[in-house]
Design a protein around this ligand. Sequence first.
Ligand SMILES: [Zn+2]
Ligand SMILES: [Zn+2]
Length: 353
Amino acid sequence: MTKINISVILLLSLWFQGCTDKDTWYRGNTHTHTELCGHADSSPEFVTKKYHDLGYHFLILSEHNKFIDPATVAMPANKRSDFILIPGQEITGDQSIHTTAMNIDGLIAWEDEGVPADVVIENHIKRTQAAGGQAILNHPHGGSNLKATDILPAINVRMMEVYNASTRRNNIYKRKGMGFPRTAEPLWDELLTQGMFIYGVGSDDAHILQTIGPNQSNAGLGWVMVRAKKLTADAITEAMRIGDFYASNGVYFKTYEKNSKSYTIEVDEEKTQIMLATLPDWSGLKTDDEAEGYRIDFFGPNGDVLKSEQGSKSTYEIDGSDAYVRARVTHTRKSRDAGFEEHYAWGQPVFTD
Ligand SMILES: [Zn+2]
Ligand SMILES: [Zn+2]
């Protein structure tokens, strides 16, 4: 073979490599349980197959203080090439503080007796990073019941669950006396307003896959869409670390472009309608708002609404007078039983200062 032919082949193979390295959106769940915790109902293999069959691209079997090595989990016989398990653990620590340690290389210690909440959180983060991973503070609004003053001193927190499908259940509201909001958005705004650089995650925290119903914590009700060049544990984790993702419980974006000058959201209506048609009645949040369709809200410091627009596309021009801007899309529809219900997607904040 001549030298020229060899260089042409080399160039072509580089070009093909370049082609595969394009940004792709991957759907994933960072928080789910198995029977290994003693209060969930399915094996790691069953849980894995469930998420695979729901069309997810990645899943973390985030067990309470147990490390499930993905290498030990048998994959579904019909496994697609675009599905991976990312190793992880739900660090289940002191003061009911729980943290997903994603992309770690082994079990992480969870004991921290006699220290304040922020030290517990910081320790979870440090141990996760020492194990090669990134941390997500779980259900701060739910089980952990954390306040902004507990989290703010933990300056290394970069991600927290804004939506946890398990802790939003009506039955759990009742059981716990309506003690916490449906999402952690007010807490998120409090942290952002105080200058914390923190991204919002949506997850299932699924425990029950054998019984489907509103009183269960099932699969497929809260997730993240992550933009990455390839589907590997490292690429997904890095994309989340830098905030290149959004959280959802039903709504998909077609356009999600943000920088220090502007923030543009366009809903992928087709994909959203297909998803909403498959979701159970109880997946949406009941609302008194009867304005059916899409609404895009942009929020700034103190959670103030900077702009609210009906429709599936909106841009907010950022002039720098707000320290941060974040976006949320709401879809409102008639509920199949009675009244109206909402589903959402939560865009990440842009920081201007
Ligand atoms: Zn938890
Ligand atoms: Zn959990």
